[in-house]
Design a protein around this ligand. Structure first.
Ligand code: ADP
Ligand code: ADP
Ligand code: ZN
Length: 229
């Protein structure tokens, strides 16, 4: 039998789900580079708009700063626009942080159509107390958005990005109040997707409490296993 998720057959359409701080962004580039597929973070797309001061950026800012989800239709349009530009030949992609609601998930399926289904969905599961430690100690590059952690993933030179040497900063929504709101939003809106994708038989659950390297290895091992004939 041909592999279920053989990228050459149906495209490797990877979705990363998990609570804020689970390590989605950290793993996204590693996985996408390994399988040579384009990737995007919906949070990064919003932050780009915010930086440029676009109408969408100004609208999203209000929600982001208080830790709430940006309304579905706005988010769906933005991500579908990225997909149209990056998945023209259906050769696979990785989405970090989208979908985050069931309505976003169904919009994605509709956009892909029957022949190009969603999956696998990688769910990075991390204990709540760990999440708070990760989010409050996170530092991100102002230019390339790469993320570091003051303890678990420090940059080589304090306060500077390893990749582009730009200054590291703390995200405005990585303060305690916004973190609480984001964890709540996750529980109410996004956690139901775990069950949603489980029922569709495309869920891969990963224990994200391990080290960054171990989590990467576990994800890659699970994806490679799908390609066994
Ligand atoms: P997300 O995109 O899911 O919000 P990030 O990838 O930005 O999460 O990671 C959140 C913070 O936790 C960052 O500071 C990152 O360096 C750190 N981090 C990511 N994965 C791990 C891990 N497995 N162990 C410890 N710290 C991690
Ligand atoms: P996290 O580290 O919490 O995973 P992200 O960088 O993915 O953060 O997202 C930051 C903020 O951008 C969210 O709190 C939310 O306001 C907005 N956002 C990102 N992705 C989505 C989405 N798929 N739906 C709605 N809002 C989103
Ligand atoms: Zn950088």
């Amino acid at each position: 039998m041909k592999a279920l998720f053989d990228k050459d057959v149906i495209g490797l359409n990877i979705i990363l789900i998990g609570p804020p701080g689970a390590g989605k962004g950290t793993q996204a580039s590693l996985i996408a580079n390994k399988y040579d597929i384009p990737f995007v973070s919906s949070g990064d797309l919003f932050r780009d708009h915010r930086k440029l001061g676009t109408e969408l950026g100004l609208l999203a800012e209000k929600y982001m700063n208080s830790g709430q989800l940006v309304p579905d239709q706005v988010t769906i349009n933005m991500v579908m626009d990225w997909l149209a530009k990056n998945n023209g030949n259906n050769s696979g992609f990785l989405l970090d942080g989208f979908p985050r609601t069931v309505d976003q998930a169904t919009a994605l399926e509709k956009a892909l159509g029957d022949k190009n289904s969603v999956g696998p969905s990688i769910y990075i599961n991390v204990d709540q107390d760990q999440l708070i430690i990760r989010l409050t100690g996170r530092r991100v590059c102002m230019d390339c958005q790469l993320s570091f952690h003051i303890h678990s993933n420090p940059p080589i030179h304090e306060g500077k990005c390893d990749k582009c040497s730009a200054t590291l900063t703390q995200r405005e929504d990585d303060n305690f109040d916004a973190v609480r709101a984001r964890l709540d939003a996750y529980k109410h809106n996004t956690e139901p997707l775990v069950d949603y994708y489980f029922k569709k038989n495309v869920l891969i659950e990963i224990n994200g409490n391990k080290t960054i390297d171990q989590v990467s290895l576990d994800i890659i091992e699970s994806l490679d296993r799908l390609n066994v004939n």
